[in-house]
Design a protein around this ligand. Structure first.
Ligand SMILES: [Zn+2]
Length: 104
């Protein structure tokens, strides 16, 4: 199933495409990897203020922040998807992408 992307995510990805094409290529590859196994071991749940969100490690520096709709409904998320009520449980929503220091 194709992941959904927030406006923020799309905007951030566009910036990479223009300014950091190599990072952009890696991110696109990482998205494909992520959707094959959104709950896999490359991912981790975040604690404290970003509790409930997940992060996917693109490389040492780049992170994709995302959530899975089942978890989005179970918890009170700060960024619940726009059309969460119409999405399947395993819908992946890509929230944000960037350098480690910018995403968290
Ligand atoms: Zn949702």
């Amino acid at each position: 199933m194709a992941p959904k992307r927030t406006k923020r995510f799309t905007r951030e990805l566009e910036k990479f495409k223009k300014k950091e094409p190599e990072a952009y290529r890696r991110i696109e590859m990482a998205i494909n990897e992520l959707i094959l196994d959104p709950e896999g071991r490359s991912n981790h749940r975040l604690g404290t203020t970003l509790k409930g969100y997940r992060a996917f490690k693109v490389n040492d520096d780049l992170r994709i922040r995302y959530q899975i709709c089942r978890e989005c409904r179970e918890r009170e998320m700060q960024e619940r998807c726009i059309d969460c009520d119409d999405t399947p449980d395993d819908q992946v929503m890509l929230l944000s992408v960037g350098h480690h220091k910018d995403v968290y």
